[in-house]
Design a protein around this ligand. Structure first.
Ligand code: FE
Length: 132
């Protein structure tokens, strides 16, 4: 288990693009169908854009047509944390990076088998490390 990463606002602002900062550190959402990985099917591992932790793998990625990269499950290693989110008048489950608390997106119960889950993730929160 990796050690927790805690940085100041100034440090995150320096490290991240303004879009990444707004999404990852202030729980923003990128506009649908605009994210870098929305249509990607390249094999590899998606790591946290903030801290590099492995969060999702390409074999769990599916085409959900919802406008954001979608996964049926998280990567092995229990690196993603879930939180109840009642903002915007909705009952949703937010998912964050366990190591650095970055906001990733939300998980919904309308995914395909075998899990029935759809992890709906902002492209700005993740980075694809292609399989070599
Ligand atoms: Fe992280």
């Amino acid at each position: 288990m990796s050690d927790k990463i805690i940085k100041t606002k100034e440090e995150w602002l320096q490290q991240l693009t303004p879009e990444q900062y707004a999404i990852c550190r202030e729980k923003g959402t990128e506009r649908p169908f605009t994210g870098k990985y929305n249509n990607t099917d390249t094999a590899g591992t998606y790591v946290c854009a903030c801290c590099g932790e492995e969060l999702f793998t390409s074999d769990a990625k599916f085409n959900s047509s919802c406008g954001w990269p979608s996964f049926t499950k998280t990567a092995p290693g229990d690196t993603v944390e879930e939180h109840e989110d009642h903002t915007l008048g909705m009952w949703r489950t937010e998912v964050t990076c366990k190591r650095c608390d970055s906001h990733l997106g939300h998980v919904f119960n309308d995914g395909p088998p075998p899990t029935g889950l759809r992890y709906c993730i902002n492209s700005a929160s993740i980075k694809l490390v292609e399989k070599s």
